[in-house]
Design a protein around this ligand. Structure first.
Ligand SMILES: NC(=O)c1ccc[n+]([C@@H]2O[C@H](COP(=O)([O-])OP(=O)(O)OC[C@H]3O[C@@H](n4cnc5c(N)ncnc54)[C@H](O)[C@@H]3O)[C@@H](O)[C@H]2O)c1
Length: 353
């Protein structure tokens, strides 16, 4: 029989469902323990997924030597302490994005990875999606030449998830750190992870969370509460890289926009790519511009399959079969970018690294 790894999941809220379902579907993983501050919530997931061990304190859970790996699906302010405790206990870690709240925390997690010899995979789920992998293959083979410009938007018209998401102490910020991180990371990864030179950002708090809006469904924290909101409504930024490339991004929880928007576009010397909203390749041949549509099952990000691919990859990492595609170092670099944008917005000036 092939080896299986025992998994402990910390956090039994909304996104844990995607982790649990994916581990359940992986024949080399065994859901062994679940932990949440809210015991009822942990118990409900344990019953649904047949998980034998339930905890409310992650330190207790980490004492169980049988656990090989841990998925962290909690508030952003707990990512660093839980990651460090899990690594110190000799577990591999899959930590949801963002890696943490600050650069200092990120460096402490990186240090714990180094000392433990274990792997921490940052939950940059979009790196694992089939669309991204297809595009990466083209880029790595030089089909687009040098990628010198990227542009990404993640615009929600009304979509502040409330609860801890809108409490800056627990989240570290609003749409930039929550959803902007996905598209910034995707562009940066596909651009070949160039070194960041400077960032210039703006954040706005003009609209509040607009919890008054009716008949409009949106993602909510497990403990939804609209009463507290001290994060930005929207953010935008220009990120400049040492190789001369640049990335322009905006992200919102709420904005008076006509439509929701998710766009990820990269532009190179020999061609362009739209990753979102639909995979498309733009090029030129015999003096004619071509817009090419790859013939694949899903032209945009498939949430269920994306998580399955991410978890399958992580299980392979734990079994020593492969390296992670989203190592802790990239989580650290992303925290530098995100925190740099917040600092730039606060000071009203460009931040140079
Ligand atoms: N990859 C993605 O696309 C994606 C999507 C949504 C959320 N996320 C990330 O997942 C994380 C969780 O988000 P969510 O939407 O599931 O939030 P949520 O509020 O629905 O669930 C979080 C859960 O964590 C629990 N928790 C908090 N601190 C804990 C602790 N110290 N010990 C044990 N349990 C603790 C809470 O009780 C809650 O049940 C966040 O970091 C978020 O950024 C990622």
């Amino acid at each position: 029989m092939s080896k299986t790894i025992k998994i402990g999941v910390v956090g039994a809220g909304s996104i844990s469902e995607s982790h649990l379902r994916s581990y359940k579907e992986n024949s080399q993983a065994e859901l062994y323990a679940i932990c949440d501050l809210n015991e009822e919530r942990a118990r409900a997931k344990a019953e649904k997924y047949g998980i034998p061990h339930i905890y409310t304190d992650y330190n207790e859970m980490l004492k169980d030597a049988a656990i090989d790996a841990v998925s962290i699906c909690t508030w952003n302010n707990t990512h660093a302490p839980i990651s460090i405790a899990a690594l110190n206990a000799g577990k591999n870690v899959l930590c949801e994005k963002p890696l943490c709240k600050t650069v200092e925390e990120a460096l402490a997690v990186e240090e714990a990875v180094r000392k433990s010899g274990k792997t921490l995979q940052v939950g940059f789920v979009r790196r694992y999606a089939s669309n991204t992998r297809i595009v990466k293959q083209f880029i790595d083979n030089g089909d687009f030449g040098e990628i010198y410009y990227a542009k990404a938007s993640c615009i929600r018209r009304v979509g502040n998830p409330g609860g801890w998401f809108s409490d800056i102490e627990r989240s570290g910020g609003g749409p930039l750190i929550d959803v902007g991180v996905h598209v910034i990371d995707l562009c940066w990864y596909l651009m070949g992870r160039p070194k960041v030179k400077s960032v210039s950002g703006n954040t706005y708090r003009k609209l509040g969370n607009r919890s008054n809006v009716k008949n409009f469904a949106f993602y909510r924290a497990a403990d939804y509460d609209a009463n507290h909101n001290d994060v930005e409504d929207m953010a935008n930024a220009v990120i400049r890289f040492e190789n001369g490339a640049s990335l322009v991004v905006d992200a919102s929880f709420t904005l008076h926009a006509k439509k929701e928007e998710l766009t990820v576009k990269l532009f190179g010397e020999k061609g362009g790519i739209e990753v979102e909203p639909e995979l498309s390749i733009i090029t030129e041949k015999y003096d004619t511009i071509l817009n090419v549509t790859p013939q694949i099952n899903n032209l945009s990000f498939d949430f269920v399959k994306g998580f399955q691919d991410e978890i399958d990859h992580f299980v392979g990492v734990c079994l020593g079969e492969r390296e992670t595609l989203s190592p802790v170092e990239d989580g650290v670099e992303m925290m530098k970018i995100l925190c740099g944008i917040y600092e730039s917005a606060e000071k009203g000036e460009e931040i140079r690294f």
